[in-house]
Design a binder for this molecule. Structure first.
Ligand code: ADP
Ligand code: ZN
Length: 595
């Protein structure tokens, strides 16, 4: 609206200043006509402009304005000189300077432009200040997009589970925020910056919100990537704005998500220039150093890559407190499920501990998703409450994607898929060190035509045997197809990718191969984190690659042998799968024991 108004005013002034010029616009005359005028005896005076070879003169006119002005361009220097001579001869007074009143006119019209610009500029400044008070506009480049999310306690520690150590460590900060000066009195040193690190969805944002909520202070949140914009200097000014707001609101929590977007390790800037990110990082460091540690601002930042952060950022007095937010373990998962199921109507037989067992490897955000899906599934089925089976389906959906009911497999494809999955299942059940199978299905879901779900235990370290068993289970699908049909299909590409990755990890990084030994060979990365290849000699590389291939071939052969030996069980499992489409742990065990 305001913009339209301004465009209007602008156009008006533009026309006006042009009109002003026009009042005094001399009549344009062709070069050949100049002499006729000079010889007419009416010319009152001439102005010669040498640089542009312009000739201007005035003649009396009949009607007002009483003087008529003319202008013409001389046809060349010779013509110009001739005209000067003619004026001299005709005794017409002439002058090389522009007439003063023309000068004033042009000054006046230029002044209009200046006024216009000044007014425009003032208007822009006003817009900017409006933004500080929260109203938007098109020119607010420098404004931090920090949102004031929770003025009042919204989340508390009761909303967070599965990261008890992190919660414990963070409680101290709540005490500080509740009483900053009291804390200072006893000389306690409170970190200015707390870095939360962990996988996405583990609850880092939630923890920061809970800190603000518990302390009853405002929560200012922003994202590191918002600092990095096209315009140089914008990021830095946003950082300053953010802290400016924080100072006004203190005590408060400032939360910067994805801090790695700003805080990546610095390199040697190409061309010696400071790039936008570095300026932003500098501004951030400056702000962190600048504020008094007892002023009641706690800066919390989150990342899932603490290893790529610039050392300057994690130096004492900055983000010197680092707290890991881990993936939740069994009890943690159960508690998180309980938190999110608070408002769900659950059936009497629902056992969230079982759901927790079924969701190994999931983070808080996934678990929240599982509860939501379960409720949706039950609602869609018009049930009065959510049942265990709804949770089970929700877990599959969250981990594998929705079931693809539209996919119609041919009988042949179905058989193949059944043998493929039966292969995974049998290998998992019969290989020492493999995780037991929880469920196997040939209902297509997400990109997979079927899947075998194992139940890993919460482990903190894995043995070589267990890793090899994982690889064996991965390749067993294809092995079963080969055993049964003598040919292989495309359905297993992901299996082999996983198997190869596991083996690479074992051989390259964990020193788990007899021949290549105990050295660690890691991918090198450049400053931006892009891989630049393996940190090893060409000969070693070849050795490593060969080791992976040999090992994979050996494991594959062993699995094939196992499946040939147990082909009865394989047939029976596949047959049952074709019939029932899904088998649970008990059914699987019964089939294997019976044959
Ligand atoms: P992050 O910041 O680590 O990526 P978030 O805090 O944004 O993760 O988590 C997203 C959502 O997932 C949260 O709002 C919360 O509902 C749920 N969630 C994640 N972790 C937990 C947890 N430990 N306890 C309870 N809920 C969680
Ligand atoms: Zn498979």
């Amino acid at each position: 609206m305001g913009l339209i108004l301004w465009v209007g005013v602008f156009l008006l002034l533009f026309n006006f200043s042009n009109a002003l010029r026009k009042i005094d616009q001399p009549e344009k005359v062709s070069a050949s006509e100049i002499k006729t005028h000079f010889l007419s005896g009416k010319v009152k005076g001439v102005v010669f402009e040498i640089e542009t070879l312009n000739v201007q003169w005035e003649e009396p006119a009949n009607n007002p304005p009483a003087i008529k002005k003319f202008i013409a361009r001389a046809a060349g220097q010779g013509h110009f000189n001739e005209l000067v001579a003619l004026a001299e001869k005709e005794k017409i007074p002439f002058d090389p300077a522009p007439p003063p009143n023309y000068f004033w006119q042009s000054l006046l019209s230029n002044l209009l432009w200046v006024v216009l610009l000044v007014v425009f500029w003032i208007w822009m400044m006003k817009k900017q200040t409006e933004q500080v008070s929260g109203r938007g506009g098109p020119f607010g480049f420098g404004q931090s997009k920090a949102k004031l999310i929770a003025q009042k306690a919204e989340k508390t520690f009761a909303d967070v589970a599965g990261c008890e150590e992190a919660k414990e460590e963070i409680k101290e900060i709540v005490d500080f925020l509740k009483n900053p000066s009291g804390f200072a009195r006893l000389g306690a040193r409170i970190p200015k910056g707390v870095l939360l690190y962990g996988l996405p969805g583990t609850g880092k944002t939630l923890l920061a919100k809970a800190v603000a909520g518990e302390a009853g202070v405002p929560f200012l949140s922003t994202n590191g990537s918002k600092f990095i914009e096209m315009f140089v200097g914008v990021g830095a000014s946003r950082v300053r704005d953010l802290f400016e707001s924080a100072r006004k609101l203190a005590p408060c929590v400032v939360f910067i998500d994805e801090i790695d977007a700003v805080g990546k390790k610095r390199g040697f800037a190409i061309g010696g220039g400071h790039d936008e990110r570095e300026q932003t990082l500098d501004a951030l460091l400056e702000e962190l150093d600048g504020f008094d540690k007892n002023c009641g601002i706690v800066v919390m930042a989150a990342t899932n890559r603490p290893d790529i952060l610039d050392e300057a950022l994690v130096r004492p007095g900055r983000f010197d407190r680092q707290i890991m937010v881990p993936k939740p373990e069994l009890t943690g998962r159960e508690m998180i499920l309980k938190i999110h199921a608070r408002n769900a109507v659950l059936g009497p037989e629902v056992n969230l501990l079982e759901v927790a067992k079924d969701t190994a490897g999931m983070v808080g955000a996934d678990l929240e998703n599982v509860v939501n899906e379960a409720v949706l599934i039950a609602t869609r089925k018009k049930k009065d409450y959510v049942e265990q089976s709804d949770f089970s389906e929700a877990v599959d959906k969250v981990s594998m994607g929705p079931a693809r009911k539209s996919v119609k497999l041919t009988e042949k494809e179905k058989q193949r898929t059944a043998y493929h999955e039966a292969g995974h299942t049998l290998a998992a059940m019969l290989t020492e060190g493999a995780d037991p199978v929880h469920k196997v299905t040939i209902i297509p879901r997400g990109p997979a035509l079927g899947f075998t779900k194992q139940l890993p235990e919460d482990r903190h370290s894995i043995t070589k045997k267990e890793l090899e068993a994982m690889v064996a289970v991965c390749v067993a699908g294809r092995a079963a197809e080969e055993v049964k049909f003598g040919e292989i299909t495309t359905g297993h590409s992901n299996d082999f990718e996983k198997a190869t990755l596991l083996l690479k990890k074992m051989i390259y990084e964990l020193g788990m191969d007899e021949e290549t030994g105990m050295a660690v060979y890691k991918e090198k990365a450049d400053f931006w984190g892009n891989p630049t290849g393996l940190d090893a000699s060409q000969k070693t590389k070849e050795l490593l690659e060969r080791a992976v291939k040999t090992k994979l071939a050996k494991i594959y052969n062993d699995v094939k042998e196992l499946l040939v030996r147990e082909v009865n069980k394989l047939d029976k499992l596949a047959g049952q799968l074709m019939e029932k489409e899904t088998l649970d742990a008990n059914e699987i065990r019964a089939i294997i024991n019976s044959s």
